[in-house]
Design a protein around this ligand. Sequence first.
Ligand SMILES: Cc1ncc(C[n+]2csc(CCOP(=O)(O)OP(=O)(O)O)c2C)c(N)n1
Ligand SMILES: [Mg+2]
Length: 585
Amino acid sequence: MAQAVAKEQRNADIQMRAEPEKTDGFSLVIDALKLNGIKTIYGVPGIPITDLGRMAQGAGIRVISFRHEQNAGHAAAIAGFLTKKPGVCLTVSAPGFLNGLTALANATTNCFPMILISGSSEREIVDLQQGDYEEMDQLAVAKPLCKAAFRVLNPADIGIAVARAIRAALSGRPGGVYLDLPGKLLSQVMDAEAGEKSLIKVIDPAPAQIPAASAIRRALDLLKAAKRPLIILGKGAAYAQADDQIRALVENSGIPFLPMSMAKGLLPDTHAQCAGAARSMVLKDSDVVMLIGARLNWLLSHGKGKAWGEPHSKKFIQVDIEPNEMDSNVEIAAPVVGDIASCVIALMEGMGNAWPAPPAHWLSAINAKKEDNIAKIAPRLMRNSAPMDFYGALGALRTIIKQRPDTILVNEGANTLDLARGVIDMYQPRKRLDVGTWGVMGIGMGFAVAAAIETGGRVLAVEGDSAFGFSGMEVETICRYKLPVCIVVFNNNGIYRGTDVNTVGPDAATTVFVKGARYDKIIEAFGGVGAHVRTPDELARAVNDALESGRPTLINAVIDPAAGSESGRIGNLNPKRAVSKNRKR
Ligand SMILES: Cc1ncc(C[n+]2csc(CCOP(=O)(O)OP(=O)(O)O)c2C)c(N)n1
Ligand SMILES: [Mg+2]
């Protein structure tokens, strides 16, 4: 008996020696991600990637399972923004892939580094369109919507594919990358040693891009001659994690600055040079504007028109890593192309220690305007009425963020977004995460999950009731992973307002929801804490409790349904009706 066992063992040993160790696509994908420091995957399981997720978890990668791929995708994207490492989202084929694609496209638009990895169906069948399970030519679909898209057919190419995906996501202007993994690839086998050798650890994935000395000189000459200079900080500046250098540049120059939404907190909103409370005035009256990681897109009225005080002779300096960004909307008088940190350092060095302060009349005009606007709004923020209006509720949250400045604020909605952006001061970099360049609804819970996972800190998600609905089911995810997320739903019974009435039929008006809905009950279904509040005092108490305890909490904050305005602050973008009545056909 013992002899037979020994013989069997011997045979097995011989076979082992004869047949070199094997690896497969599953393991190579995981090894390639781990080798490149990917610690977390956000996704939804299913054919053909269920085992990939399981094995990744088994290999020590944190795998966060969502209820919908779009939310997992948004989580990956904001993880990329927060960490400067590509956030990874893993989905199944066709529908799962498409669900994730919105987030990938949004990441690309917002310059967040992200990799969407989707399993895909049998190539032979997909390409002949013979009707496979979840059949779709995903590579072709993804290509126009992201920065780069790759498909891997051989396990020996997995290493290079992951390396290319990481470099494409991070280098230059960051963005979304699609990686297509046919199911068959995952179970393909190859020699383990050769497999290991095929993996690549990406060296210097976001190489510094040093601006030309002449470009720096041109920019500084222009800035020095300015009578009414302004610096605009964009989310590119926040992404760069060059916080100390940016602060030093702004303070050394003495120039007033305006933070774009996700750049708030790069320097505190309460900083003496912050011109946030005089935004309209500084856009209109400035003569030289230096954009740092901010684009002249719709959020800055394309750099022209009434908002900029046209007709004008304003001059722009633009600091951006993407040369194509220059002159995208108006002439850029001084383009500075390079990575933000290198550019800011070069600008600082060029300024030296004797940079003249901007003219005093410009600074005092801004200060007067700021004081005026702040004084105007102050009483509204203190209003302790029921039902609350937006300002009263936001006044309470503003105090909380002041007391807990390391809280990450996630924010979406229309009025809930626009008014919170103005009212809630931020004090630290990358603490405000919101709808970004597209104004997309649905980022809320995905951003909240990733913010909690990536930073380990407390998250406060301030959500319009409509906005919340786009990702609301992830409340279960938040409870499942016991994340310290406090969600406040600003419940005004609908989109913009809860007061619209359909006068011609039985259906509800298109912008209203069930009146008096209790969103707090949703989280209770999953063991979280629900709260229903009617006044700013009650709201403050509930939020403080949540941030103190770190328990998943959803607060239903009753907001006056008549308090909001159409499309929040951007109602002017709605097309105007050209005729007043439907014409008879
Ligand atoms: C994906 C997507 N779908 C639709 C919209 C249009 N939209 C803009 S804001 C908004 C919701 C506004 O309502 P709510 O979140 O309740 O905010 P409120 O103004 O009521 O505070 C919608 C549907 C969008 N921006 N993005
Ligand atoms: Mg609403």
